[in-house]
Design a protein around this ligand. Sequence first.
Ligand code: ZN
Length: 363
Amino acid sequence: MQFRIIKTNGNARSCVMETKRGVVSTPAFIPVATTGTVKAISTDELKEMGAEILLCNTYHLYLRPGADTVSSLGGIHKFINWDRPVLSDSGGFQVYSLSALRKIEESGVHFRSHIDGSLHFIGPKEAMQIQSLLGSDITMTFDECTPYPSTYEYALRSLELTINWAQKCKENRKEGQSLFGISQGSIFKDLRSESIEKLVEIGFDGYAVGGLSVGEPKEEMYEMIYFTAPLLPVDKPRYLMGIGELRDVLTAVETGFDLFDCVMPTRNARNGTLFTSRGRISIKRTEYKSDRAPLDPDCNCYTCRNYSRGYLRHIFLSKEILSMRLNTIHNLYFYFNFFRNMRKSIAEDTFCNFKTQWEQILS
Ligand SMILES: [Zn+2]
């Protein structure tokens, strides 16, 4: 994978990641295709909106249909009908957030499936093996997503385990796949700094900051974003995992982060919360009952070009499947457009104005 910085504006930067399956322009939003699908829409629709990369969850695909099955059906790209880059997470986050009866050892984690209660084991070797069977373009190291709050002692032990696993992931890395390392260390600056230092020593194709947005106050999260960004190598992609609220994205881009993933635009869409150029709206509100206007007069998506707020409210309240589709199309289009305009503002040295303007709209 090649990584080039195209333009900087302060610490904000616009870059390109070149993979054998295509180019990703950053700052980039990575839609989450949890079980191999971005809920409610097709991969052709994603392409049309400008998606350049998708994230698939290793934990989910490993449990169902199984990495061997994905492999026997031609690998993740063929399986989900997507010929652009795919990033797979390592499964670490879901092992901790979804599964029951976790037992952590030096070599990995024993856990029970959240689907049928069956027993499983994933360690760094297994995580690399599964991601290899999936055939993703970018793989992630297996980590323990340190819970919040954690004591300093717990965070330290957890960090040592994560670094040890990162080393093993590097040793088991498969030809033709990029590998990103994940920093942990909770909200302790010295641990974050140690974590990044050790990851850089091992050497990865990109660096991610994990373990944020897990329940800590916003101020603590922002402090960690400000603190970690300058410690990450300049010449590699910087990925802030699981964060996609636009105000958080603006702050992170300002410090020099490049990649973001989040289920927020798709999950909110299904719940009837929609992003517009004038702020968020809840489509179920009575005020939209007889509203002929599109969701967002400034949006050019399929939903806004063809449907009124009154209709979108009606099909949302009637729990029609089309409601989820139309809302998801709009929210993702809005996100891609936001990121496109953000990259443009960096190119034109106006990122600071872009940020101020959007912070007012989003507040
Ligand atoms: Zn729209």
